[in-house]
Design a protein around this ligand. Structure first.
Ligand code: MN
Ligand code: MN
Length: 367
């Protein structure tokens, strides 16, 4: 049984126990997870339709047919730009009646939902995410191997970015080096818009890189990730250009200690919130609590943000196979910010850090 068949049979099991007649999976990440077909159809209709009794059918835009065939899915229905997708769905599922339909409530637009109602009538709809996001929470061996490679590409890209830093260069120039390095090493794309922020801009956790030129004394924060075979990595490193001030050294040391404390708190059986607390308490004790204004991390996989969310109220237990980021930061307005982010895997007996670019404070020569 292929990995995709195994995943589909878990969907069918869930449908049986929850009394679902039909599941319509419509988000590209979940279609990819269940079929291996990696497609972003824009406004066109794409769905994996799983019936409690019988086949699973993949509906794809006609222009994607050749790509879809490559994933080897046995039952494929193509939809041209002039077809009515709902007629095609009806031809597969029949007239019903349908009591319960599972859909991705967070993904489906209201208009698409109303279209589906013309096929599924008064069926009660339940959230397919409950199952799918739960399944994606624990990565299997094949997924972990791919994610290690995605992390390795991120390591190389961060190294290339740091090597490219020089006084007078713009943030955007460093971004270009990072993104071309990722692609040269096999990434299909960046997992999000690469962030390079310098000087006071490094104090903006999600600022956008631009034409600011790097100056002596700047912190330079690099946050990037690679998509490799459909899976994301996500790493942040911060370096300083020229001799750091006492305060810069202190901020860096606090963030590094918080990153290490978060990693040390990661092991199976612990609640997720313990990871957040380990990193956050350290920053608070050192007096920088008010400058750390986001959660400690997020799950990582097919999407760059998925479950589990590493925040202080998440009681969920860590289990082997979870992959997430640990990325504490301290952002002092006007002065600058430091964030140090790693990707970690929960193992049977602890934790494995997937990203490996060095973390001790790197002081770049002013050149
Ligand atoms: Mn990041
Ligand atoms: Mn992140």
């Amino acid at each position: 049984m292929s990995i995709f068949q195994a995943r589909l049979s878990r969907v069918r099991e869930w449908m049986k126990t929850t009394g679902v007649d039909v599941t319509m999976v419509t988000s590209p990440p979940n279609v990819f997870y269940l079929t291996g077909f990696d497609c972003h159809p824009h406004e066109r209709f794409m769905a994996l339709c799983v019936q409690a009794t019988g086949e699973a059918t993949l509906f794809v835009p006609a222009l994607e047919e050749e790509e879809a065939k490559k994933c080897g899915f046995s039952s494929l229905v193509t939809i041209s730009d002039t077809d009515d997708p709902m007629e095609k769905v009806r031809a597969v599922v029949g007239e019903g009646p349908f009591a319960t339909l599972a859909v991705e409530k967070q993904h489906l637009t209201v208009s698409r939902y109303e279209q589906l109602q013309t096929v599924f009538g008064g069926a009660k709809s339940i959230a397919a995410e409950e199952l799918l996001l739960h399944m994606r929470l624990q990565k299997d061996a094949a997924e972990i191997a791919i994610m290690k490679k995605a992390a390795e590409i991120a390591d190389r890209a961060v190294e290339a970015g740091i090597n490219a830093i020089a006084v007078g260069k713009t943030e955007a120039e460093i971004v270009a080096v990072i993104e071309s390095t990722m692609k040269a090493h096999g990434a299909s794309k960046a997992s999000f818009s690469t962030i390079v922020l310098s000087g006071e801009k490094s104090a903006l956790p999600h600022g956008s890189p631009g034409s600011r030129t790097i100056q002596p004394g700047d912190f330079v924060l690099l946050d990037l990730g690679a998509v490799y075979e459909g899976y994301c990595s996500d790493i942040t490193r911060t370096v300083v250009v020229g001799e750091p001030t006492e305060q810069q050294r202190e901020i860096y040391e606090v963030v590094l200690a918080a990153n290490l404390a978060g990693i040390a708190a990661t092991r199976p059986g612990q609640p997720v919130k313990a990871v957040d607390a380990a990193a956050r308490d350290l920053i608070t004790e050192r007096g920088y609590g008010e400058y750390f204004n986001h959660r400690v991390g997020h799950g990582l996989g097919i999407e760059v943000h998925e479950f589990p969310s590493i925040h202080g109220k998440n009681e969920q237990q860590l289990v082997p196979g979870m992959v997430f980021t640990i990325e504490p930061g301290v952002y002092v307005p006007e002065i600058g910010g430091v964030r140090i982010e790693d990707d970690v895997l929960v193992t049977e007996d602890g934790v494995e850090v997937l990203t490996s670019y060095p973390k001790e404070l790197q002081i770049l020569p002013v050149k």
